[in-house]
Design a protein around this ligand. Structure first.
Ligand SMILES: NC(=O)c1ccc[n+]([C@@H]2O[C@H](COP(=O)([O-])OP(=O)(O)OC[C@H]3O[C@@H](n4cnc5c(N)ncnc54)[C@H](OP(=O)(O)O)[C@@H]3O)[C@@H](O)[C@H]2O)c1
Length: 220
């Protein structure tokens, strides 16, 4: 599958590693340009590209940049993606440590991913946001393994969500449908499922136990 990854840090770098190892055709971009991604390209066989080109022809695009950088992404980012492209948003809003106060989230009460999809002009599927980057490499297990972790996946577009869940399962993780994007507060920072290494049953239980109010350390 042709996959575009926007952001080549902890999460983008490790997704590039595992997706190329499974034989996917990965294009990867960062803010400084493809010339700064030659080591990752050599290691993985991924194609480093300018961010404007990252989604070209892609069936899945991963947006994995700090939330504060989302408004800096080029307009028309997804214009040349494949029809029906699924866009994964891995973002977490850290107002105090990193992102600053974002009015749409604080004042309008948008979930982080609803805010992000308005910025990029395309629906998103929220996934990997509560997964430690290193776990993407270290915690993959075959289907049915007793210690296989499950990841929550939220999104409004059922077909895109199905595609993303299938990809995550191919990477070595179970998935739990966490509902739509307006409900994705259930997996935001500070919730029981955030950072959890659990089974599908444990993730389901943690999603149900979440409260919609942001905890003080995640308020801007
Ligand atoms: N780290 C984790 O374990 C983890 C786990 C789950 C979710 N997350 C969330 O996932 C997102 C990414 O986290 P991360 O830890 O991977 O971040 P990171 O290591 O800081 O990497 C961020 C990447 O985004 C790129 N970037 C920034 N602005 C950009 C722009 N305008 N255009 C294109 N690329 C841009 C950076 O490129 P340059 O280096 O060239 O600036 C860098 O490659 C965050 O929202 C984070 O909260 C992180």
């Amino acid at each position: 599958m042709k996959i575009g990854i926007i952001g080549a840090g902890n999460i983008g770098g490790n997704l590039t590693r595992v997706l190329t190892s499974l034989g996917h055709d990965v294009s990867v971009a960062n803010s400084r340009g493809p010339q700064t991604l030659t080591d990752l390209a050599k290691e993985t066989g991924a194609t480093p590209v300018p961010v404007e080109d990252a989604a070209h022809g892609a069936e899945i695009v991963v947006v994995t940049v700090p939330v504060k950088a989302v408004p800096n992404l080029p307009s028309g980012l997804l214009d040349k993606a494949a029809e029906g492209v699924a866009v994964i948003d891995t973002g977490n809003y850290y107002p105090q440590q990193r992102d600053g106060r974002i009015a749409g989230i604080e004042d309008e009460g948008l979930t982080e991913s609803r805010w992000t999809e308005r910025q990029i002009g395309h629906p998103v599927i929220k996934a990997f946001n509560g997964t430690y980057a290193q776990d993407i490499l270290d915690r993959a297990r075959p289907a049915g393994a007793a210690d296989r972790m499950a990841l929550p996946v939220a999104g409004d577009d059922q077909e895109a969500k199905r595609k993303v869940m299938a990809l995550i399962e191919e990477l070595g993780f179970d998935t739990v449908d966490a509902g739509g994007i307006d409900e994705s507060w259930r997996q935001q920072p500070g919730t029981p499922v955030y950072g959890m290494r659990g089974s599908a049953a444990e993730v389901t239980e943690a999603l149900a136990a979440a409260a919609p109010e942001r905890t003080p350390e995640f308020r801007g």
